[in-house]
Write a protein that binds this ligand. Structure first.
Ligand SMILES: Nc1ncnc2c1ncn2[C@@H]1O[C@H](COP(=O)(O)OP(=O)(O)O)[C@@H](O)[C@H]1O
Ligand SMILES: [Mg+2]
Length: 426
């Protein structure tokens, strides 16, 4: 049993590093410098790498603070979500007094690909430039279902950074390498990617050592002799080899769990082993959290994790941000669902904000056998159910227009599971 959940951890665990974590972010000096150099020369940068390679972290906790330190320019950071134009318009109008500004900008972006460029110019006045970061660019393909919205988003982006435009926007996107080919369907994006990308590869063994040791050192914590070498070996980075792909989130989580089992100011081999090691810590945390729940709450937890997974179509499964009102249906069970979600967030398996939640990292989807089993058992039913959820949202958005909808979608809108209810009404 971990001795403490309290105190500020030197390690981040599953979530990506944020700008506020810059002081405990180590091991990416060289990469950050390369990204910064690229942005001096160019107004577009694609940061490409595998899931879990550290793209979000190096951009948020490395590049953004470095840009701010060099020149004080406004930064707008978004993830596309299912409504990329809304995400974009919301951040750009964040200081606007007018309540209709966001809606107007969404309409403009949809209608004219120059809108992003023009709006940024107006917004900045005589300030020279603005940094727009689109993290998890692949959500344009996994979460956004509306091809015309996706096209409008891409068109605005490529127009804003086109060499001829001379505009104030510098844009950085992070992109999962396995979604690269999705981008190639958009010729101007294709051209940008071809010329303006940097790859996030594995850290060197030396960089990994820094990422392990320096955050602890900063807080006056010491590793028991041999533990750092063991960690490096377990991520495959011993003897001059590079770590295995996908090792970073496992390492990050294992370090956090080892810290929670620390003895005084010592991070111990015993603590590391009890946490399950690099390979097992995620599954162990997830299993322990899940099995600590009574059966009725286990059902809720399982449904939450399934709703937070986007089923891959010929690609790996990815995370899915779900609105809180989907995870916590109105009515009788609302309090219980909210409590389960809070527990998952406390265990740092899930991150939540005011209106949505997501798994703390895709590594959880890959590395937790129980979740994999649930996903594989029922892929078709889940796909069907996801379709119902979307139909239900569309039905609500249409003002409950009865003409086109499946009965199942209405049950879903009412907060009930509805796999069996698939007969069209008309
Ligand atoms: N420099 C670093 N030091 C330690 N852990 C890191 C570092 N960069 C990333 N991580 C951890 O690795 C995992 C993956 O990082 P993330 O930025 O989310 O990758 P991606 O965006 O490529 O999926 C997270 O758990 C994060 O905390
Ligand atoms: Mg990321």
């Amino acid at each position: 049993v971990p001795d403490s959940r309290s105190g500020v951890s030197p390690f981040k665990g599953l979530p990506a590093f944020e700008e506020a974590d810059a002081a405990r972010f180590f091991g990416r000096k060289a990469l950050t410098a390369r990204l910064l150099d690229h942005l001096h020369e160019s107004r577009f940068l694609a940061v490409v790498g595998a899931s879990g390679s550290g793209k979000s972290s190096v951009v948020r906790a490395g590049l953004i603070p470095a840009v701010r330190a060099q020149r004080n320019r406004p930064v707008h950071l978004i993830t596309p979500t299912a409504q990329p134009l809304e995400a974009l318009a919301t951040t750009l109008t964040r200081h606007s007094e007018s309540v209709t500004a966001t809606a107007t900008l969404i309409d403009d972006l949809r209608q004219d690909a120059r809108s992003l460029h023009l709006y940024a110019r107006k917004l900045l006045g005589d300030q020279p430039a603005l940094l727009l970061v689109v993290d998890q660019f692949e959500e344009l393909f996994t979460l956004c279902r509306d091809e015309s919205e996706r096209e409008a988003f891409v068109a605005n982006l490529v127009t804003a950074v086109a060499p001829g435009t001379g505009g104030p926007i510098r844009a950085v996107i992070t992109l999962r390498a396995d979604f690269y080919n999705h981008c190639l369907a958009y010729p101007r994006l294709h051209a940008l990617l071809e010329a303006q990308q940097r790859i996030v590869g594995p850290m060197s063994a030396e960089e990994l050592r820094q990422a392990i040791e320096l955050p602890a050192q900063r807080q006056g914590l010491a590793f028991e002799p041999g533990l750092v070498e063991l960690l490096l070996r377990e991520v495959g980075a011993a003897g001059g080899r590079l770590p295995e792909p996908g090792a970073l989130p496992l390492l990050s989580h294992a370090l956090l769990e080892t810290w929670r089992r620390r003895e005084g100011d010592k991070l111990t081999l015993a603590g590391y082993t009890a946490a399950g090691g690099v390979r097992g810590a995620i599954a162990q945390t997830a299993d322990a959290t899940y099995t600590s729940l009574p059966p009725d709450r286990q059902v809720i937890a399982r449904n939450i994790f399934l709703r937070l997974t986007e089923l891959g179509e010929g690609t790996q499964d990815t995370r899915r941000r779900a609105p809180l009102d989907e995870l916590i249906p109105q009515g009788e069970g609302a309090g219980t669902s909210a409590a389960v979600l809070r527990l998952l967030a406390d265990a740092r398996l899930v991150t939540t904000d005011e209106d949505a939640a997501e798994v703390a990292h895709e590594a959880l989807i890959r590395e937790w056998p129980a979740l994999r089993r649930w996903l594989d058992e029922d892929r078709e039913a889940l796909r069907l159910h996801r379709q119902l959820t979307e139909d239900a949202a569309a039905w609500e958005a249409s003002g409950r227009d009865d003409s086109y909808l499946y009965r199942g979608a209405r049950l879903e809108a009412a907060g009930e599971w509805a796999e069996a209810e698939v007969a069209p009404l008309k």
